[in-house]
Design a protein around this ligand. Structure first.
Ligand SMILES: [Zn+2]
Length: 204
């Protein structure tokens, strides 16, 4: 079981790896899920070091095997959402916990090989055919999320709901629908919201 103590996630599969990619103090009201499109290792390097002018971060990154790395305490503002709005709030970075999932995103076939949008090779049995809920995005094939990763998401959302007055759990594609399509149709967002909120599920 995961718990939150002093704005940090505690549990057997959680590592802390502090980065200075943050600014300001927040009171989290939303959880926002993303996919990285790049590998877990490349994501860790990007969030830790980045480059001037391209400094990004999230609070948590989740590997396909369920391992979790926390970069920034949950009460600090990180840079994952960009221009964004949700339910009367804008600048969602100032109101949210950002969670990135190692996932290749959209995939396409080159010969016998499936390749993600940022060049990550994806085994054929990890490719699913699905349509995005936003008709703006016509892509048809996506990288399946691993079961261990989804279980980690359920565990962390329930720990976060016990620690913070979270109003909703959303995708980047909900808060910036004109620009973003992650975490996309392969991610079971509706099931995670329902198991997290149960009877007090705020929206459909
Ligand atoms: Zn995103």
């Amino acid at each position: 079981m995961l718990t939150v103590s002093a704005h940090r996630l505690q549990g057997p599969d959680v590592m802390q790896d502090a980065t200075d990619h943050h600014d300001g103090v927040i009171q989290p009201r939303l959880i926002v899920f993303h996919f990285t499109a790049i590998s877990f290792g490349d994501t860790l390097a990007k969030f830790k070091h980045g480059t001037p002018g391209n400094r990004v971060s999230a609070h948590l990154v989740v590997a396909r095997n369920g391992q979790i790395v926390q970069f920034v305490d949950f009460n600090l503002r990180v840079w994952h959402a960009g221009p964004s709005v949700w339910s009367g709030l804008s600048d969602i970075n100032s109101h949210s916990i950002g969670i990135e999932l190692a996932n290749a995103g959209t995939v396409s076939q080159t010969g016998a090989q499936w390749i993600g949008e940022e060049g990550v090779a994806v085994p054929a049995d990890e490719v699913i055919e699905a349509r995005h809920k936003n008709a703006r995005w016509p892509m048809t094939h996506w990288h399946r999320y691993a079961d261990a990763q989804i279980e980690a998401c359920r565990a962390m959302t329930s720990a976060l709901l016990r620690a913070y007055p979270i109003d909703d759990i959303v995708g980047h594609d909900d808060i910036a629908p004109e620009r973003k399509y992650d975490p996309g149709p392969a991610f079971p967002l509706a099931a995670i919201r329902e198991s997290a909120f149960g009877e007090r599920h705020p929206k459909t």
